[in-house]
Design a protein around this ligand. Structure first.
Ligand code: CRA
Length: 830
């Protein structure tokens, strides 16, 4: 219990003080002060990293001021708050983004310049927190940015992995993984809150007891305990409000086991500490692939329990009772990674706070919303029951109880058949038995949403069919979006400048305003400026490519960009088959009118994913063949940029001409790279998958290169008798390419290297590459034709940008707020 904080002390007086002032001189003074008092250096002896850190602290102080102001408002007005639970975040570098949000980029650069320091160089020093695998983690960070920008009271919870996503190196064309070192030089953006910590229990057994008054309670007697400590990173919205990213780190409760120490076993005494800290050591590097590992379950439970205990503390601190928890918090589950929250909240309410089951269940269901991000069967989380019992014995009992009541309801209220019951149950009884986390999340939430219109439909039709029949109103859609601050204002300052000069700056917080650019699409002067900017961005990427790979790329080539995680369903290998086709045409002399093209790939493969790693090797092998062949390399270049990250992505998107969004229809839940590239003026070649469908609706058929089977056709073909070999027989180009693939020419040292890809395509082809190849080539022919008329291409590029309004994450957050959270933004409040 502590006294109420006097916020006024923190805001009214200090805000005006120099300490956090926003003028050039204030920034300069703070910077020098931080360099001396925080880093312990004088300018003469300081390294560039010292300078970066001093500037980071200078900016962080100013961000905290906004955060404190927002917290005061939430507390004063007793507002409803979103708690976003996600096992992954990919915030990207903070410095430049915070400067942008504070609106102090210019004066800070000037302050640094007066000290003889190049601010851009400092910005490049920052190691980004790679606390996620791909789209899901980045989406969470875009949503945080939007909640803070619009002013949705929010707190985001996650895990402070000591090692984030691995660093990808390419050696001999193969991916090698190195540990990520994001905390190597400390992290100036976070504050450790040592006083905010919770005990977390694991294992052991439960004891059911009835006391002398006849009250029934359950005691969980764990066999280990550890402590989760909060690490806070303040988040600032664009010229907006504050939010917080609260990440939990696992620590031992007693840093030392004294009984062991006293017996002289020093090693054992330290061991517990080491084991405890293991929980938050490392991010599992799998994108949409469940591993079922014990440590992963522990990670999930650890951060969920810390977060829920924290919410309960905050709730009670405001002098409220737990019966109203759902009125004050909307808790969003980012996929099933935090779905154990349903059982944990029940445990906290029923066991720790002695609230009866029905009331607790009512609170629980009304608190949670669940977002599903994938239909891929290998990504749907299931926990084996023996493992679950070992780690979370009490939660297993609670899940059995939820399941029992649910099954009774299905049977007696809804008259469901035994078949339906076994399909819908939380427990899958096959084998050793397992818990279906998507079912737990669905039953325990009041709303379930998919991440694009198509995905939400398919969710209702397949994965959660029975649930959607039972509770049609529970299901809704919120199409993903991206932060225009990070993915154009920060990453593409030249284009941002041109747009703002043309239509004003309102578009950065109301992306629909981009539609005002439509008038300019055919204006030759505007087109020229537009093209010149793209050219400059391409030249800059080309320099970067040279630096990273040693390969020269002529910036006048068409930049054809395929950047995302490497996965068979995303079909990087379909792109490669086309490159080989072009190569073979050149070799045959059919290259008269060919457009010079640079194919740029980037993306990480899960370390244990054989096919994905082989696809990387295939891309680099094709690159080695083509980039050195003087007969070909003025027409084609193939680049694999290692270690894709938010930072790298920001460099690549602005330079793209063509965006490859070519997943097999029905597999990509939404995609967000598609939006980022289009917002930077790339035209898309893509299938009717995920959010591509809605993008095409907005952008128009004429400005989008569509190809391939749609989701229904894929489904139909799969149920029929699909024979990929038929395409091999009937399509000459495909045959040539496949024969070349297996010829050994790509890997003379190991001629059979690519046989697994070859055979899978020819005999199985689960991702319908053979079926879509011809259509892809036809669509590409249209790309070449359009590229031939640069003014027309530029017009389409402008139209693409002008019609991206819908895909701002601000719109997504508004949808979540009105459909699911029922929370008003500060902006809409008096
Ligand atoms: N891998 C989907 O595949 C989607 C993001 C964010 C993914 C993407 O199509 O854009 O989520 N799914 O919604 C996922 O992580 C666990 O499932 C992704 O990033």
């Amino acid at each position: 219990e502590r006294k109420a904080i006097n916020f006024d002390l923190l805001t009214s007086k200090t805000i005006k003080s120099k300490r956090i002032g926003l003028s050039k001189n204030d920034i300069k003074d703070s910077f020098l002060e931080n360099l001396f008092f925080h880093i312990g250096r004088v300018p003469k002896g300081a390294t560039i990293m010292d300078y970066y850190q001093a500037l980071a602290y200078t900016v962080r102080d100013r961000v905290f001021k906004e955060f404190v102001t927002t917290v005061k408002r939430i507390s004063d007005e007793d507002l409803r708050v979103v708690a976003y639970l996600s096992a992954e975040y990919l915030p990207g570098p903070h410095l430049a983004n915070n400067l942008l949000s504070l609106g102090i980029t210019e004066q800070t650069a000037a302050a640094m310049a007066e000290l003889g320091i190049d601010m851009e160089e400092l910005i490049l020093q920052e190691e980004e927190p790679g606390l996620g695998n791909g789209g899901l983690g980045r989406l969470a960070s875009c949503y945080l940015d939007s909640m803070a920008t619009i002013g949705i009271p929010s707190i985001a919870y996650g895990i402070r992995y000591e090692f984030g996503i691995f660093e990808q190196h390419i050696k001999n064309g193969l991916q090698e993984e190195y540990t990520d070192k994001w905390l190597q030089y400390g992290n100036p953006w976070e504050v450790v809150r040592s006083e905010i910590g919770y005990n977390i229990m694991f294992g052991g057994s439960t004891k059911h007891v009835t006391d002398s008054n006849g009250n029934f309670t359950v005691n969980w007697i764990p066999d280990s305990k550890l402590r989760g400590t909060a690490y806070d990173t303040p988040i600032l919205g664009y010229k907006g409000y504050g939010s917080i990213l609260r990440l939990w780190r696992a620590e031992a409760i007693d840093t030392f086991d004294f009984s062991a120490y006293n017996k002289g076993d020093y090693y054992k005494a330290v061991q517990e500490k080491i084991l405890s800290e293991n929980i938050t050591k490392v991010l599992y590097p799998n994108d949409e692939q469940e591993t079922g590992k014990e440590l992963r379950l522990k990670q999930q439970y650890f951060f969920v329990s810390c977060s829920l205990q924290d919410l309960i503390r905050l709730h009670l601190l405001q002098g409220r009772i737990l019966d109203t928890l759902h009125e004050k918090f909307a808790i969003q589950l980012n996929d099933t990674h935090p779905a154990i929250a349903v059982a944990e909240l029940m445990r906290l309410l029923v066991d720790d706070y002695q609230i009866d089951w029905d009331k607790s269940w009512n609170i629980t269901q009304r608190c949670f919303g669940y977002t599903n991000h994938t239909l891929l069967p290998e990504a749907l989380e299931k926990w084996s029951i023996p493992l679950f019992r070992r780690v979370l014995p009490r939660h297993l009992e609670i899940i059995y109880e939820i399941n029992h009541r649910f099954v009774q309801e299905l049977k007696y209220q809804h008259g469901c058949s035994d078949e339906q019951l076994s399909r819908m149950a939380l427990i899958d009884h096959s084998g050793e038995g397992s818990i279906r986390m998507a079912h737990l999340a669905t039953v325990g939430s009041h709303k379930v949403n998919g991440v694009s219109a198509l995905h939400s439909e398919l969710l209702k039709k397949h994965v959660l069919y029975d649930f959607a029949q039972l509770w049609p109103d529970k299901f809704c859609n919120v199409t993903n979006g991206i932060s225009p601050r990070r993915f154009i204002a920060l990453s593409n300052p030249l284009l941002t400048g041109l747009i703002t000069e043309t239509i004003g700056s309102g578009w950065l917080t109301d992306l629909k305003e981009l539609s005002k650019l439509e008038n300019m699409a055919e204006d030759p002067t505007f087109q020229n400026k537009w093209m010149a900017i793209k050219q400059t961005n391409k030249a800059s990427l080309s320099d970067h490519i040279k630096l990273e790979t040693g390969i020269s790329v002529d910036p006048s080539m068409m930049f054809d960009v395929h950047v995302k995680r490497i996965h068979e369903y995303k079909r990087q290998h379909l792109n490669v088959l086309n490159i080989l086709h072009l190569y073979l045409q050149i070799k045959k002399g059919n290259n008269k009118d060919m457009i010079p093209m640079a194919f740029i790939f980037a993306g990480k493969a899960a370390p244990g994913y054989f096919m994905a790693k082989l696809i990387i090797k295939l891309i680099t092998a094709v690159g080695d063949l083509i980039n050195q062949d003087t007969e070909v390399n003025d027409k084609l270049k193939v680049i694999f940029l290692p270690d894709f990250s938010v930072k790298k992505a920001q460099h690549i998107y602005p330079a793209a001409d063509l965006s490859e969004q070519i997943s097999m229809a029905g597999k990509e839940a939404s995609g967000t790279g598609n939006m980022k590239l289009s917002l930077n003026g790339a035209l898309t070649i893509g299938t009717l998958d995920g959010a591509n469908v809605e993008m095409m609706e907005e952008i128009g058929m004429d400005n989008f290169f569509l190809f391939g089977l749609n989701a229904e056709e894929v489904q139909h073909k799969k149920q029929g008798n699909y024979k990929p070999g038929d395409h091999y027989v009937h399509n000459l180009h495909l045959r040539e390419v496949m024969d070349f693939l297996i010829s050994g020419a790509l890997s003379p040292e190991n001629p059979k290297l690519f046989q697994p890809i070859y055979e899978q395509l020819l005999y199985d082809d689960p991702y319908m590459i053979m079926a879509d190849f011809e259509s892809y080539l036809i669509s590409r022919a249209k790309v070449y034709e359009e590229w031939g008329n640069q003014s027309n291409w530029t017009k389409k590029s402008i139209i693409n940008v002008a019609r991206m309004g819908k895909f701002s994450s601000d719109r997504s957050i508004q949808d979540y707020s009105s459909l699911i959270w029922k929370i008003d933004s500060f902006q809409n409040r008096p």
